[in-house]
Design a protein around this ligand. Structure first.
Ligand code: 5GP
Length: 182
């Protein structure tokens, strides 16, 4: 039988580990944003699993909105070019914004997103990332909330893809090298 698991070299984080860590981060957000009704902005498509679980783990009132930006395409290296594909539906003036992203790698994407949203006069803009790949950072930007640190490896699962595949893996893992080269 075809299984995505056969393509993994190793599992970095199990669903149980992800759930436990998300609960902790959700608690922090509940505390920091109590009474502020933040707009939680999901960056499509990589953040969807994280976003859905994080928001359900939160207990304060929040609103949802979505943005899509161009990323890697089918390659595994960032070009530094960022383009908006889908903008937010509503104005964010005077509102507290939390950008929910899958992974901060070079930092180009978040740098662009944060700068773009800040021009719209929100009350605040913070970043909540599932993963941080510090070793590869080019732009000096850090997430305000991070679930896990990863090394300089290409990871998939739990929303993260390779050529649009593996997003529905419930775990986060490293792909076998032969998957890229085939
Ligand atoms: P940055 O602009 O920080 O270099 O890259 C951010 C985007 O690149 C992420 O939102 C994600 O879509 C993609 N990316 C960076 N590293 C990885 C990785 O290890 N695996 C996958 N699947 N995507 C990654």
């Amino acid at each position: 039988m075809e299984s995505m698991y056969n393509d993994l070299e190793k599992v970095l984080f199990t669903k149980e580990q992800i759930d436990a860590r998300i609960k902790e981060v959700a608690k922090e957000l509940d505390k920091d944003y109590e009474g502020k009704r933040p707009i939680m902005v999901s960056i499509l498509k990589g953040s969807i699993m994280f976003y859905a679980d994080l928001l359900r783990a939160m207990t304060i009132k929040t609103e949802m909105d979505f943005m899509a930006i161009s990323s890697y395409g089918n390659a595994t290296k960032s070009s530094g070019e960022v383009k908006m594909i889908k903008d937010l539906d509503r104005s964010i003036e005077g509102r507290h914004i939390v950008i929910v992203e899958d992974i901060v790698d070079t930092g180009y994407t978040l740098n662009y997103l944060k700068a773009t949203l800040k021009t719209r006069n929100p009350a605040s803009v913070k970043i909540c990332a599932l993963l941080n790949k510090q070793e590869r950072r080019v732009v000096d930007i850090a997430a305000d909330y991070t679930c896990f640190e990863v090394g300089d490896e290409f990871v998939v699962g739990y929303g993260l893809d390779y050529a649009q595949i593996y997003r529905n893996l419930p775990v986060i893992g490293v792909l076998k090298k032969e998957v890229y080269s085939s």
